[in-house]
Design a binder for this molecule. Sequence first.
Ligand code: C5P
Length: 290
Amino acid sequence: MTYTEPAWAKLNLALDILGKRADGYHELRMVMQSIDLADQVTVSPQPEPGCRVTSNLLYLPKDEGNIAAKAALRFFEASGTPLPGLSIDIQKNIPVCAGMAGGSSDGAAVLRLLRRLYAPEMTEEQLEEIGARVGSDVPYCIRGGTALAEGRGERLTDLPPLPPCHLVVCKPSCSVSTPELFAQVRVRKLRCRPDTAGLLRALEEQDLEGVARRMYNVFEDVLPRRYGEVFAIKGELLGLGALGASMTGSGPTVFGIFSDREKAAQAAETLSGQYAAVHLCRPVQREIKS
Ligand code: C5P
């Protein structure tokens, strides 16, 4: 038998860093949103013990270096049962090293599948706790939808859904190392912060323009000069009619929010003449319930 789940990509509508913690991680305040760009993750039990990962992206690690395999190991450690034979296949559609939590979302899909197969009595909170041991974004990726993520990223509050809209997502060719970017941040020196409280109010009021206008990611403040494409794409999206545009996660992907489908499609077409990875997406609401 094989079991498949979509692993949705995420965007940050806001990303704020509040301080550095004693454990070396940073205290975050992020507004997260799932979108309908997804990897397909398939788990199949195997007679031989051990966990093997295959993918259409041949260079992805096949062992614990892959967050999907790490998720399986943490799941069986937590449930106190030996690791059975498992093969995990990942059909990758989410750009890698893009700030869209592609790896974390694959790990989250593995955890959801393993709960379904081996521990249906496990609560979502327990699954999210295991997810936090796999990676900071994994708990959010387990639940998806629109959520506030605080602490390391594991303290989650569901939010009203992002109002219906169209998202143009564009990844420039440069790549950014997440730990390196965190290391650049001096919290007291950040010149601009997202208006997260105002953004949450705009979500309550289902005011799409209010959300779009308040989006911001503090990592934009510390991007090295060589990532100038990020700001060029932001400017282009706004010029092409986006209500707001921001970088997601530690980048370098940039997205714009549009209320008008035609304008969004036109913007996606214009950008795809210049950048290899351009996607026209819709938000995805939370489906998983504990
Ligand atoms: O938890 P995860 O392995 O996804 O984090 C990757 C890296 O991002 C960490 O090693 C750390 O450098 C940085 N990070 C951080 N603060 C967070 C989340 C991640 O400094 N809240």
